[in-house]
Ligand binder design. Sequence first.
Ligand code: NAD
Length: 367
Amino acid sequence: MIEVKEAQLATGTSDIFNQLGTHDHEQVLICNDNQTGLKAIIAIHNSVLGPGLGGTRMWNYKSESEAINDVLRLSRGMTYKAAISGLNLGGAKAVIIGDANTMKTEALMRRFGRFVNNLGGKYITAEDVGTTTKDMEYVKMETDHVVGLPESRGGGGDPSPVTAYGVYVGIKASAKKIFGSDDLSGKKIGVTGIGKVGMHLVKYLHKDGANVMVSDINESALLKAHKNYGATVIEGDGMFDAEMDVFAPCALGAILNDETIGRLKTKIVAGAANNQLAIEHIHGPMLKEKGILYAPDFLINAGGLINVYSEHTGYNRENAMRDTEKIYDTLLEIYKTADRENIHTQAAATELAEKRVNDIMQVKSKI
Ligand code: NAD
């Protein structure tokens, strides 16, 4: 018997409801299983456009409060990401609390799959940081509401190369806006986080003749980027102080904050990481004031979602790449709107995404 607990977290009920109220979520499911050690939170932010699709992140959160904050922010981002990409999907996300290297087992992932199944299709899961296509195979053993399966299982495989391609075309669009040309040859581009997305991005940038700098906490990733793509390694957090044309954050969120924005010496920030702005309404305008063009994260990193979405309609990577290329034009449209309305780019992108959700909500309210 699956035990479903929609219960109070250690942070206290009022904290949870305060946090839920801030982002206006539809439903949050707390999943606990003593046998496998599973502690997970599934957050469905908005299902106006369709079922909520979003990956499952496994992370060693310092506290339950940090985990719930992450899942709420990430699931909201998914609503905007799907909406702005023209997909008929809602926004949702899941987090599993724990160390992905030591705690992840087949049983834990399958137990998680049972919780996903209990939501009856309102939530569709996929891989994310700390989970892999192999993990999704285990989830698939318990539910059909999962995408991002290996290609050998009829899925789209790892979405990261498609995400990286979207970030690459997004960097080109941003260069077009700032430099008048999207030619990246000779441009100094700093990539932080040389993981599944970052490494593919470095490959694209290197091919275009960009002068790539890399930073990561993982030495072997840095060595690989240096050896294979001639990237210059920047030690520690030196990327924030380095002169460059484009900064591409591809690690974790909240990287753009009071401390880091003051140090940045770039003309563009355009990277894959989710929730790059620590506090959107503060750090979006702060970048604008500094004259730094910011590519809204949920738009520029939508390639992975576009990729898994196409599993629904019969997977075809060429189609997914072609659809991902549209990020280029959408970004230029957002930049125009932001200029016209004199607002920061994240606000312009949010406005466009919310407009689509609201328009379709109106359509659905009619007979
Ligand atoms: P990943 O785990 O493969 O890579 C993350 C990399 O960041 C790792 O190499 C890690 O060592 C590095 N890192 C972690 N903390 C760091 C720090 N403090 N400083 C420098 N480097 C650090 O993850 P990924 O799949 O490449 O995703 C990267 C980001 O892009 C995440 O924010 C993810 O949510 C977002 N994203 C990924 C996809 C996708 O398709 N994989 C899609 C959309 C958004």
